[in-house]
Design a protein around this ligand. Structure first.
Ligand code: ADP
Length: 415
C-alpha cells in the first residue's frame, strides 16, 4: 500500500497535466492519502485500516474517472484496487469498494440526468437505468470474484499453516520417540549389564559360602563343647540364610534376563524333585511339614521349567517356613489341573496366614510382614514376576491362624 497509494496520487497529478484537473488531483488525492496515512499511524494492523484502504482505492478510481472525463478505460483501476485488496485475504474488504462505486455512479448519474453539466461522469449523454444496472452488476461480479479469490487464498493459507504445524508436531513427536527409543535401548543395555553383574557376583558368592558350610560342619562334628555347638548352629543358620538370599537374587536375575524356554512340563517329576529338596528344610525346632501333591494332567502342558521351579520352590518353602506351631498336622498341598489352554495351580497350607492388609504388599520387593519373617522379602516378588513373564496371573487368599492359598493360572504354551 505504501507504494501503490502514493503512485496513485502521482498518476492523479500526471492526469492533471493533460486534463487540467489540479484541484481534484491534489485535493481529492491528497485527502485520500491523508486518510490512508492517518489510519495507518493511528490504527496500524487493524480491520479499520484495511477498510479505509478499500475506500481509498475506490476514491482514487472515482478521481481518475472524473479527471479523464469518464473514460471507460479507467475502470481497470477498479480491478487493480480489488486485486491489491486480496493481499489481505479478507473478502469483506470488497464491500466498501463496491458501495463507493455504487454510490459514486448513482450520484453522478443522477446529477447528469437532472442536467447538471459540471461533472464528467460518462461520455454518454446520460446513463439510463438499464445501463446503470448492467454497469453495477458487472462491477459487483468483479468485486465478488475478487472477494472469492481473497476467501480462497485465506482458506489455502490457513490449511497450509495447519499442515506446517502438523508436520512440525509430527517431526517433534518422531524426534521424541527416537529419543525415547534410544534411552530405552540404553536403559535395557544398562539393565542387562547390571543383571549380568548381579548374576555373576551372586554366583561366585555361593562357592565360598558352601565351603564355609562344609568347614562349619566339620567343626560341629569335632567339637563336643555345648557352647561351641550352639554357636556353630547359629553360624550354620546364618550361612544358610545368606545362601537363601543369594539364591533369591539369582532367581530374580535369571527371570528378568532369560527368554522364555518352552518345553513340556512333567508336573509329577518336577514336584517330586521339589518336595524331596524341601523335605528337610525348616528350622531345627520346626516340625516336618507334610507335602501333598495332586496332579491332574490329561493333556501335555508346555511352559518354562526353570520359572515353574522358581515359583513352586518359593511358595512351598514359604509354606514350610510360615507353618503354624499351634496346628497338629502342618501340611502344604499342591494341586495342579492341566487343560488344553492353561494350568491351574493351587498351593495351600495351614500355616500362620497373612492378614488382609498385607495381601497386596507381600508381592512387593523386599516386603516382609514382620521382622520375625525369616527370608529376604524377595520370594513372592520373584514369584509374581515369573508368573507375569509366563503371561499368567496369581491370586492370594489367606486368613491369619487358618492358612494361605495361592492360586495361579498359567497359559499352556503348547501352540
Ligand atoms: P520372605 O523371603 O520374607 O519369605 P516372601 O516375599 O516370600 O519373602 O514373602 C513375603 C512375606 O509374606 C513373608 O515375610 C511372610 O511374612 C509372608 N508369607 C509369605 N508366604 C507365606 C505363607 N505361606 N504363610 C504365611 N505368611 C507368608
Amino acid at each position: 500500500m505504501n507504494y501503490f497509494l502514493p503512485s496513485f496520487f502521482l498518476v492523479g497529478l500526471l492526469l492533471a497535466v493533460f486534463y487540467d484537473t489540479w484541484l481534484i488531483a491534489i485535493g481529492v488525492g491528497g485527502l485520500a492519502l491523508l486518510a490512508y496515512y492517518s489510519v495507518k499511524l493511528l490504527l496500524p494492523g487493524s480491520d479499520t485500516y484495511q477498510y479505509i484502504v478499500s475506500l481509498v482505492f475506490g476514491i482514487f478510481m472515482a478521481q481518475f474517472i472524473y479527471q479523464m472525463h469518464g473514460l471507460f478505460e479507467m475502470h481497470f483501476i477498479a480491478f487493480i484496487g480489488s486485486a491489491i485488496l486480496i493481499t489481505y485475504q479478507n473478502w469483506k474488504l470488497q464491500i466498501p469498494l463496491a458501495l463507493l462505486v455504487i454510490v459514486h455512479h448513482a450520484t453522478f448519474g443522477y446529477l447528469q440526468y437532472i442536467g447538471y453539466d459540471k461533472v464528467y461522469f460518462t461520455q454518454l449523454d446520460y446513463m439510463t437505468l438499464q445501463t446503470f444496472i448492467i454497469h453495477g452488476t458487472l462491477a459487483t461480479v468483479v468485486f465478488f470474484i475478487g472477494g472469492l479469490w481473497a476467501w480462497q487464498l485465506r482458506r489455502l493459507n490457513e490449511r497450509q499453516i495447519e499442515l506446517t504445524y502438523e508436520m512440525g508436531r509430527f517431526q517433534e513427536e518422531q524426534l521424541q520417540q527416537k529419543a525415547l527409543l534410544r534411552s530405552n535401548e540404553e536403559l535395557k543395555k544398562t539393565n542387562k549389564e547390571l543383571d549380568g553383574f548381579v548374576y555373576s557376583v551372586s554366583h561366585d558368592l555361593r562357592a565360598p559360602l558352601s565351603s564355609m558350610l562344609g568347614i562349619v560342619g566339620l567343626c560341629e562334628m569335632g567339637s563336643p563343647d555345648a557352647f561351641m555347638q550352639k554357636n556353630i548352629t547359629l553360624l550354620k543358620s546364618s550361612i544358610k540364610k545368606l545362601d537363601g538370599f543369594i539364591i533369591d537374587i539369582l532367581d530374580y536375575s535369571r527371570n528378568s534376563r532369560l527368554e522364555i524356554k518352552r518345553q513340556e512340563i512333567h508336573f509329577n517329576d518336577l514336584l517330586t524333585d521339589i518336595s524331596n529338596n524341601l523335605k528337610f528344610m525348616g528350622a531345627d525346632d520346626q516340625r516336618k511339614v507334610d507335602i501333598r501333591v495332586a496332579v491332574r494332567n490329561g493333556v501335555a502342558f508346555h511352559s518354562d521349567q526353570s520359572r515353574l521351579s522358581i515359583i513352586f520352590n518359593n511358595l512351598v518353602s514359604n509354606s514350610i517356613r510360615y507353618q503354624n506351631p499351634e496346628v497338629p498336622d502342618p501340611f502344604v498341598e499342591i494341586c495342579v489341573e492341566v487343560s488344553e489352554t492353561a494350568a491351574d495351580i493351587l498351593v495351600r497350607d495351614n500355616g500362620i496366614g497373612i492378614d488382609k492388609e498385607n495381601h497386596e504388599k507381600v508381592f512387593n520387593m523386599f516386603y516382609r510382614v514382620s521382622n520375625k519373617s525369616i527370608g529376604s522379602g524377595l520370594g513372592l516378588y520373584i514369584v509374581k514376576e515369573a508368573v507375569e513373564k509366563l503371561n499368567g496371573a496369581i491370586k492370594l487368599k489367606s486368613q491369619p491362624g487358618k492358612g494361605t492359598e495361592f492360586s495361579i493360572r498359567l497359559p499352556n504354551l503348547a501352540n
